[in-house]
Write a protein that binds this ligand. Structure first.
Ligand SMILES: Nc1ncnc2c1ncn2[C@@H]1O[C@H](COP(=O)(O)OS(=O)(=O)O)[C@@H](OP(=O)(O)O)[C@H]1O
Length: 379
């Protein structure tokens, strides 16, 4: 069998080949045009709608040619673009105020608190404040205002408001003053000004709290004693000796439970006072010991309690070996508490520890019952 090799036949084959190639080219180009997508990056800005703080999530979508299984990368807005402040490190004070025009644009005002962290001293209140300060739905007043526990109360509510941090209409404003816990007049005073306020208390093993408070008061005293005229503690109910044991055990070997180092650990007394004025659902109790070991579950509980966005993820936190505590990795990396948090504690003798534990046990049990929680340090 021989093929048809006439000039006409060769010309006809060429025409068919060219037509097929052109058709294939046109078809594939048409496919791409018709789909309206290109296999390259597309960027969208998505604004979250609840509760509307304007927190932006930049979503970077790489759409593969078939349009399926689009890979979505979410990159957080590190500076809370719709907030009244920009974020900086804990070391530098966390919040940097925006310009006047930016504040106006964002309807930033100083608002009375929706939430108060009212205790407990040396139980992790600062770390909790620092972590929550980076939540875009929260405007956290950085200073402890002590409004309800000091003579500032006589200056009136407008003074209190003027001390608050700026917040947008969609943010929850918070202040923390651990001192509010143990002054008997404070719960009623808060109720009179903020009847619907939400209250958070973080409590750790009262024995650990007492030792931490001792170290703290020693440092404060040492600072004051640099100026000889001011060399005394503000509160005479504190007694600080050279050692923890000598501070809380009297000459008869008995526990001096009126020393504030000890008294401040009787949490149930303080909470009962608050519960006289506030409904149980207004108060959230957090365990400071589990918070030290892992802050993530505690910040999630706070988000739920306040009904704010599910913002924090596990990878916001990392354990810093050098610091010996958890620090933030997001939105700013390597962001640890200042040196004054996480100080070394002295060794305390077993006898003193036993006396303290025996003293606190019934109060801890009553606390568990009242708050319907089981703090593992309570026995
Ligand atoms: N992540 C992290 N980093 C550092 N420190 C942490 C952290 N989480 C909890 N803590 C514990 O917080 C203790 C200080 O508590 P407060 O911030 O409530 O103290 S204060 O009342 O405001 O002075 C502090 O007490 P000390 O260890 O005695 O310094 C810490 O044990």
């Amino acid at each position: 069998m021989t093929g048809d090799t006439s000039p006409y036949s060769r010309w006809r084959k060429r025409v068919i080949l060219i037509t097929v190639v052109s058709l294939l080219l046109a078809f594939s180009l048409g496919m791409l045009e018709g789909s309206g997508t290109h296999p390259r990056r597309k960027s969208h800005i998505k604004t979250w709608s609840r509760p509307g703080a304007g927190y932006q999530l930049e979503v970077d979508k790489t759409i593969p040619p078939n349009g399926d299984n689009a890979i979505t990368h979410a990159r957080e807005d590190f500076n809370c673009d719709k907030c009244c402040y920009r974020y900086t490190t804990i070391e530098n004070g966390i919040l940097e105020i925006r310009s006047k025009s930016e504040l106006q644009e964002r309807v930033c005002k100083k608002r009375l608190p929706d939430v108060i962290i009212f205790g407990m001293k040396k139980c992790g209140t600062t770390s909790l404040k620092n972590f929550l300060s980076y939540h875009p739905d929260i405007a956290f007043t950085q200073n402890e205002l002590t409004f309800f526990s000091s003579s500032d109360r006589t200056k009136g509510v407008e003074f209190y408001r003027s001390e608050m941090v700026y917040s947008t209409p969609d943010q929850i404003s918070i202040e923390k003053t651990p001192d509010y816990c143990h002054y008997p007049q404070v719960p009623r005073a808060i109720k009179a000004v903020l009847p619907n306020v939400k209250l958070i208390i973080i409590m750790r093993d009262p024995v650990e709290r007492a030792i931490s408070d001792f170290v703290h008061m020693q440092v404060s005293l040492a600072k004051k004693c640099k100026k000889k005229s001011a060399c005394r503690l503000d509160d005479p109910a504190y007694y600080i000796a050279d050692t923890f044991e000598d501070s809380i055990i009297d000459s008869n070997g008995d526990l001096n439970f009126s020393n504030l180092l000890v008294a401040k650990g009787v949490y149930v007394t303080y909470i009962r006072r608050y519960r006289k004025y506030f409904k149980p659902e207004q108060v959230l109790a957090l365990d400071g010991e589990t918070f030290i070991k892992n802050p993530y579950p505690a910040v999630k509980l706070v988000e739920q309690f306040l009904g704010i966005r599910d913002y924090f993820t596990r990878d916001h936190f990392y354990y810093d070996v050098q610091k010996g505590f958890f620090c933030l990795n997001k939105p700013i990396p390597n962001n640890c508490m200042k040196e004054s948090k996480g100080r070394p504690h002295p060794e305390v003798n077993d006898e003193t520890l036993r006396k303290l534990r025996d003293y606190y046990r019934p109060y801890n049990k009553a606390l568990n019952k009242l708050m319907k929680v089981d703090f593992h340090w309570s026995s």
